[in-house]
Every structure is written in C-alpha cells, then in structure tokens.
Design a protein around this ligand. Sequence first.
Ligand code: ADP
Ligand code: MG
Length: 300
Amino acid sequence: MKLKDLGEFNFINRISKAIKLSSQVVKGIGDDAAVLKYTKDKYLLFTTDMLLEGKHFYKGSSAGLVGGKALSSNISDIAAMGGIPKFAVISIGFTGSMNFKYADELYKGIRKVADKFSVDLVGGDTVGSNKIIINIALIGEVEIKNLALRSKAKEKDAIFVTGNIGGSIKLKHLNFTPRLKEARFLVKNFKINSMIDISDALLADLGHILEESNKGAMIYEKMIPVSKDAIDFDSAIRDGEDFELIFTLSEKQADRLENIWPFKTKLSRIGKICNAHKGFSLIRKSGKSKKIKPTGFTHF
Ligand code: ADP
Ligand code: MG
C-alpha cells in the first residue's frame, strides 16, 4: 500500500501505536506539542515543524519571511498548548550553489521572530540538499494548571476562533503573528477545555479536537469570520495555514470572555460542542443543517 492511500493521519496513528512511552511523558503523539514532566508546577512542551521548498514556499519567496514562518509555526503550536516558547534548534538543508545572502536573510527572519517572542536559538544542523529544507524544533514550558489539550472539550462548550479564516495562501501563511499573547491571556484567565492552532483547516483542526475529545459539534456559517483573501466560505473552512486558534470553554466562561476580550485580534464564537453521536454539522445561513466532514490539507 502506498503512503498516499494510507493517508497522513493513519500513518501517524501507526507510528503512535508502535511506540512505548516512559512515565515522564504526559502526552506524546496527538497534540500540538508533546507534554513532558518537568518541575513541581510546570511541564515542558516540545514540538517541531518542517518547511520544504516547492511545498511550503517557493524559490521566489522572501527568505526572511520563510525563516520567520519556520519559527512562528512552532510558536503557534506552543501557544495552542497554553505555553511559552523558550529554546529552538534549527536544521537547514541548503544547495551549495545558493547565494549565501539567502541564508543570511533567512536567519535574519528567524532572529526577528526569536527576538519578538524571547526564544533562544541554541543550535541546529546544516546539510547539503538539492532543495531548501528548514526544520525547527522548539521547547516551551507551561504551568501545569494552564495546559490546554485537544482532548478535553466538554459537551455544551462554546467554540471560538481567533482572526479571520481562509485564503492564507495569498500572503498570511508566510507572514502571520502566532497568537501567543491571546493564548496566554486565555489560559491565565479562563478554564480553556481544549485548544488547537489551525494548520490543516478550520474543519480539519476542529475535527482533531472532536476526535481526541470524542465529541461532536455544531458550527454556524453566519458566525464564521471569512478572510477577504478567501475564495468563498466553503473553501475558507477547508484552507490550511491560518495559524489562528480554535478553543472551547464552558458557556458561562464564554460569556465573560466576550465581555473582557482586550485584543485587536478578532474573536468569534462559532458554535458549540455536542455529544459524539450527534456528529459534526454546519448550520447554513438559511438555517439548514448538514453533516460535514472534517476535511482540510493533508500531506499525502
Ligand atoms: P501540527 O499541525 O499541530 O504541527 P501535525 O498534524 O503535524 O500537528 O501532527 C500531529 C501529531 O502527530 C503531533 O503530535 C506530531 O508530533 C505527530 N507527528 C507528526 N509526524 C510525526 C512523525 N513522523 N513521527 C512521530 N510523530 C509525528
Ligand atoms: Mg498545531
């Protein structure tokens, strides 16, 4: 069987099933970052992301933006756990014929994001490659009480999303601000039952919360904020790399949140969590409800 027939998520499930974990691992594969025992009141978070020329960016893409994206996408995963990013290692594949200025610009982009979010760049690896590859691994930390997983969504929770959805391929996927300050505000002031960042799509990533939490959901077309760059609503909810947060919390907490949200970043209440056997449905502007598949970007 070919990998593309198995699918990205079945492949990851296979890996996950075959792995035995020590008692120091609180959460291994299956969330935005691994969660590891650390101190009496903090966990370590550990995540990695890889960018490939021709897939995530192109020869003509600004090197500085590509570098910034490589670190920002990792910071977005730490934010989605409720944590603070701390230390990164950077592995690079470069072609020998490449102008060294490209590498300088790429690192400038990484440094800019690292400075902004107080991340220390502490190492990496360099190899020759016929395409440019960037892989960053990032360690973060989170107070045990503030950890937000994908797997703890509760029935009747309100579902929220930050920012606007869709069309990120135009520009935003290379130039976005990870929602770190928003995520930290949320976990410090509210009981966030579940959280994820959008890398695959609004539908697919809310789908990950539903699967890990064993729940269903109803979402409302009229509440979902579509970016002006999106083609239309139906593609916006299936577009990848929004790097916004989806999170859920109790209705009571949700009302308070809507009253005190202090950021310019848009906040939208898009639906609610329900029992798993109700499935996943979208309520159209017309009021019609239809079952919906948690589809989005997959690598193969
Ligand atoms: P995200 O989009 O949040 O970065 P992914 O969809 O890339 O998450 O990954 C989902 C989960 O699968 C994560 O827990 C990640 O660590 C794990 N994972 C992905 N690829 C691999 C792999 N090759 N080996 C082990 N775990 C993997
Ligand atoms: Mg993620």
